[in-house]
Ligand binder design. Structure first.
Ligand SMILES: [Mn+2]
Length: 418
C-alpha cells in the first residue's frame, strides 16, 4: 500500500496564471468613461492592509476590475474631457524600509505607466488631484457602489468636496460598476474555466478520500492538494466538508468529524485562479452508494437544479430562477427544508455583484445550488454548479464535466477509489 502510494506520487508543477493585459483594464475604464456623460470621476482602492505579518494584500474587487492593481491607498481618476491625461493613477509613496519586509515596489516610470495602461501615473492623494484637474469638466461623478448606509468611503467624500469647492454638478452613477462587472468578458470566462478545472481535480480527490475512518480535515487537505496541484492560485472561500449531520449545517467550517460508513458528505469547496472564484458543491456517499432515503432527497435536489436550468430563457432574471427552484421543491415536498437562495453571481468574488431583478445579460455567471437539510435525519444534500449566460437567452453549464446525476456520482466515487 505504502509503496503504491509512493509510486503514484508526482509532484505537481503548476504555472503562475497570466495577468490580463493592460489593454483589458484600459478598455474597461473606457467603458466606464463612456457612461459618465462627460463628468470627471475618482475611485479609491478600498482593500485594507493585511492584519498579519504574512497575509497577502487583497485588493477590493471594483478597484481590481478597473486597474489590476494590488496595492492599498491607490486612486484612479477618470477625465473624459481631458486631451491627454484621461486615465490617471495615483499610488501611495514608497517606503524603502517597509519594502525590506513586504517586497520591492516599482518606481514611477514610463514602464510602470504602460504596465497599468494609464495615461499618467503619480504618487499622492487622488482626492487632491481631482480638485486640481476637474475644472474643465462641468460635473463630477460618484461611481463607487454604495457600501452601507453611512457611506463614509474616502472617494465619495472627496468627489462631494470637489463638487462643492469647484461649484460643479454632482452626478450619481453608483450602479455602473455592478452593471459592467455583471457581464463578464471572454478573458474573465477563460480564467473562471481554469478555476473550475482546478476545482474538479480537488473534487476528484474528495470522491477518493471520503471513506470511513477519514476525518473531514483529511478530505479537505486532499482536496486542497488537488486544487493547487492543478494550478489553483488560492481558495475561493473556506472549505466546507460536512459529513453526516454536519451536512445539514450550511456553513460548517470545523471539518473535525470522522466519516462513518453510511454517511453522505456535503463538500462545498473550490479553487481560485488569477483572482477569479469557482464555487462547486457535491454530496458523496462514504459507502459508495446512497441509501434509499438519501437517494430520494438527492433526486429532489437534482430535479430542482434541472427545473432552474429549464427556466433560463431570454429575459429571465435571478428572481425568476429563485421562484422556479422553490416551485420544484414544493412539488417534491421539501420546500421547508430549503433555507437559502437558489444561487448567486460569481466572478472576482465568490458572492459577486449583479442585479437580481433585471434580465440576466450575456456574460453573467451564477451558481445553481439547491439543497435539502434534514438535521433530524442526520444528513443534508446540496448540489452546486455554475452557469454562464450566452447571447439570445442560451446558457452553458461551466461545470458540465463534474458528475451530477446520482448514478454518475456513484460511478465517479467507485472509479476514484479503484
Ligand atoms: Mn455558493
Amino acid at each position: 500500500m505504502l509503496i503504491a502510494l509512493l509510486v503514484a506520487f508526482t509532484h505537481p508543477n503548476p504555472q503562475p496564471p497570466p495577468d490580463l493585459p493592460p489593454s483589458v483594464y484600459r478598455e474597461r475604464r473606457e467603458k466606464v468613461m463612456k457612461e459618465l456623460g462627460g463628468c470627471a470621476a475618482a475611485i479609491a482602492a478600498q482593500g485594507a492592509e493585511p492584519p498579519g505579518p504574512v497575509t497577502e494584500f487583497r485588493q477590493d474587487d471594483d478597484f481590481f476590475w478597473l486597474t489590476g492593481l494590488s496595492e492599498p491607498k491607490a486612486w484612479l481618476l477618470l477625465f473624459p474631457r481631458a486631451k491627454y491625461r484621461r486615465q490617471v493613477l495615483y499610488l501611495k509613496a514608497r517606503d524603502p524600509e517597509l519594502e525590506q519586509w513586504t517586497g520591492r515596489r516599482e518606481p514611477i516610470s514610463p514602464a510602470l505607466k504602460s504596465q497599468y495602461g494609464v495615461d499618467y501615473i503619480r504618487r499622492g492623494d487622488g482626492g487632491e488631484a481631482l480638485l486640481a484637474s476637474a475644472p474643465p469638466h462641468e460635473c463630477v461623478a460618484i461611481i463607487a457602489p454604495p457600501g452601507d448606509l453611512k457611506d463614509e468611503r474616502n472617494d465619495v467624500k472627496a468627489v462631494r468636496q470637489a463638487a462643492s469647492a469647484l461649484g460643479l454638478k454632482l452626478v450619481y452613477k453608483r450602479d455602473l460598476l455592478v452593471r459592467l462587472r455583471e457581464a463578464h468578458g471572454p478573458e474573465e470566462v477563460a480564467l473562471m474555466e481554469q478555476a473550475i478545472a482546478a476545482t474538479r481535480a480537488g473534487h476528484e480527490a474528495a470522491a477518493r478520500s471520503t471513506v470511513a475512518g477519514a476525518s473531514e480535515r483529511d478530505v479537505q487537505t486532499q482536496m486542497e492538494f488537488g486544487f493547487f496541484g492543478a494550478g489553483a492560485t488560492g481558495l475561493s472561500y473556506g472549505p466546507i466538508v460536512g459529513s453526516g449531520e454536519n451536512g445539514a449545517v450550511l456553513h460548517w467550517g470545523k471539518n473535525s468529524r470522522i466519516l462513518k460508513d453510511g454517511d453522505i458528505v456535503v463538500i462545498d469547496s473550490a479553487a481560485e485562479y488569477g483572482r477569479y472564484a469557482a464555487d462547486v458543491t457535491r454530496t458523496y456517499p462514504v459507502s459508495g452508494k446512497f441509501n434509499e432515503e438519501q437517494a430520494k432527497v438527492y433526486r429532489a435536489v437534482y430535479q430542482a437544479q434541472e427545473d432552474v436550468l429549464a427556466a433560463i430563457k431570454p429575459g429571465a432574471a435571478m428572481v425568476d430562477l429563485q421562484e422556479a427552484c422553490e416551485q420544484s421543491l414544493k412539488r417534491s415536498g421539501y420546500l421547508e427544508k430549503f433555507i437559502h437562495g437558489f444561487g448567486h453571481f460569481i466572478g472576482l468574488n465568490v458572492h459577486d455583484v449583479g442585479f437580481s431583478g433585471t434580465p440576466l445579460p450575456p456574460g453573467a455567471i451564477f451558481t445553481v445550488e439547491p439543497g435539502i437539510y434534514l438535521p433530524e435525519r442526520g444528513f443534508g444534500v446540496r448540489i452546486e454548479d455554475e452557469v454562464l449566460i450566452l447571447p439570445n437567452g442560451k446558457w452553458k453549464l461551466l461545470t458540465a464535466n463534474f458528475p451530477r446525476k446520482l448514478e454518475d456520482v456513484e460511478a465517479w466515487v467507485a472509479r476514484a477509489r479503484r
